[in-house]
Design a protein around this ligand. Structure first.
Ligand SMILES: [Zn+2]
Length: 464
């Protein structure tokens, strides 16, 4: 299989898919009802099965081109490499920094980040027909899926086979809809733009206002997710760390974004989960090496896997190939495979280590983004004046000091990473403010001082 060149299943695949479905039922003695039904499998029944037919089908399956999920990330990467001869070097540098980070954590585990990392997120809906203009609730559904999958609170996490439950990871990453735009103005975290472009592709036009799309919000502060008609059966694509700032985000086709109203079998929001994985520097689990066993996803705890997997299997189904020939076989339920949404429900500890390393190196600035802290219209935000908060990180009480005029009659608010106020107090005319935070859970917070005309914010880490 060539990289990123496959398409959603057509009639040819439906035929082969049905045959494979029957073959696997036959070979493993599994009843048809235990499989999750394939799309378009009504063309014929399984009663005509013969061994020769089965072999014929397996042959055709191996040579078929147009099957299942299509992620355009590798195709997009090839295009970007053509445009920027230095991209490969930059990505290698990103990889080295991540590797150093991971080695450091192995040697000094105390340096690990204990707080959940929150990523301010913006959806750019670029629509031509009304159907493409997804509702706020549908985008909220998508955000919920991202939060569940990256915190391992997805209900289907319980389906992970026993062989891998110990490495099924809570990535400790969550996503919030932006509450302030790059200029500090209030926002819902969703932008809408009607376009005359009827469909986009992996060419990145959707990321440029001048090309019918919407310009990126500062990638150092936001995860940008464009939602549009991608055409050509593409479900989505992402840009790996190390690439151009103007195009550094994720694109999802509108049909496969969110849950209610999305198109089966990609209607559980997992296209975004997979693409955000790429954006956090995760590779396809089979290593993008065709069907060889030589490629790698740069993670040691995912089994070696020949090629990508399409469609869906019953929970606990053991599947093997030439690279993982014995049980527990390969990990077809991993988010970074090509299975249907209903059949991807885990990241591994090794993948989490890469995600955390990515957020500790090339995407570090997201950890101090104020994108999810509400903005205060009409109030000047001071970025040149410092406020001192001592100690920080902190467990019990901290002391704020700052230019006196800013402390006079100001309000102190402590926001959590999702932008909710967890503590609030009024201050009189004092030279410093004492804030008791013994009742605030450990985590990353933002402290805001606001006296009605000026405000200033600073990050605060509360430890166990
Ligand atoms: Zn992909």
């Amino acid at each position: 299989m060539s990289k990123g060149s496959c398409f959603k299943q057509g009639p040819f695949f439906a035929f082969n898919g049905l045959l494979l479905f029957v073959v696997f039922s036959y070979l493993w003695g599994t009843s048809k009802s235990s499989f999750i039904p394939l799309k378009n499998t009504h063309l014929m029944t399984g009663k005509l099965l013969t061994t020769s037919f089965a072999l014929l089908s397996l042959f055709f399956q191996a040579t078929a081109q147009n099957t299942g999920r299509t992620c355009g990330t590798m195709e997009n990467l090839e295009m970007l490499k053509q445009q920027d001869p230095e991209l490969e070097d930059k990505m290698n540098q990103v990889e080295r920094e991540m590797e150093d980070y991971m080695v450091n954590l192995r040697v000094n585990p105390d340096n690990s980040i204990t707080a959940v990392i929150t990523i301010p997120t913006v959806f750019h809906v670029v629509w031509n027909t009304a159907a493409e203009s997804l509702s706020v609730s549908r985008l909220n559904d998508q955000l919920t899926v991202l939060n569940q999958d990256y915190r391992k609170t997805n209900t289907d996490a319980s389906l992970v086979p026993a062989a891998w439950t110990s490495i099924a990871a809570d990535c400790e990453v969550q996503f919030c809809l932006a509450q302030r735009d790059p200029f500090g103005a209030p926002t819902t975290g969703i932008t809408y733009r009607q376009t005359t472009v009827t469909s986009f592709s992996t060419n990145n036009n959707v990321k440029y206002t001048a090309n019918g799309g919407t310009n990126i919000w500062d990638r150092s502060k936001y995860l940008n997710i464009w939602v549009c008609d991608l055409g050509s059966g593409l479900l989505g694509y992402a840009q790996f760390p190390g690439g151009l700032a103007a195009t550094d985000g994720v694109v999802c086709d509108y049909q496969y974004t969110g849950t209610t109203g999305a198109s089966a079998p990609y209607n559980k929001g997992r296209t975004a989960t997979h693409e955000v994985g790429h954006w956090l520097n995760l590779r396809h689990i089979w290593g993008d090496d065709g069907t060889a066993c030589t490629g790698s996803d740069l993670v040691t705890d995912t089994p070696n896997q020949a090629g990508e997997n399409y469609t869906c299997w019953a929970p606990l189904t053991v599947r093997t190939d030439a690279c993982s020939p014995s049980a527990p076989g390969f990990m077809w339920m991993n988010y970074m495979d090509y299975t249907d949404d209903a059949c991807m429900y885990m990241f591994t500890a090794g993948q989490k280590a890469r995600v955390v390393a990515c957020l500790g190196t090339s995407r570090l600035s997201l950890q101090t983004s104020n994108g999810c802290t509400p903005s205060n219209p009409g109030v000047t935000e001071y970025t040149t004046y410092a406020i001192n908060m001592i100690p920080n990180p902190n467990q019990g009480e901290f002391i704020i000091s700052s230019p006196v005029y800013l402390l006079q009659d100001c309000e102190v608010k402590i926001y959590n990473a999702l932008g909710s106020v967890v503590k609030e107090l009024k201050n009189g005319s004092f030279s410093e403010i004492h804030v008791d935070i013994r009742d605030v859970n450990p985590g990353v917070y933002f402290v805001e001082l606001n006296n009605g005309t000026g405000m200033i914010t600073k990050r605060l880490i509360i430890t166990d």
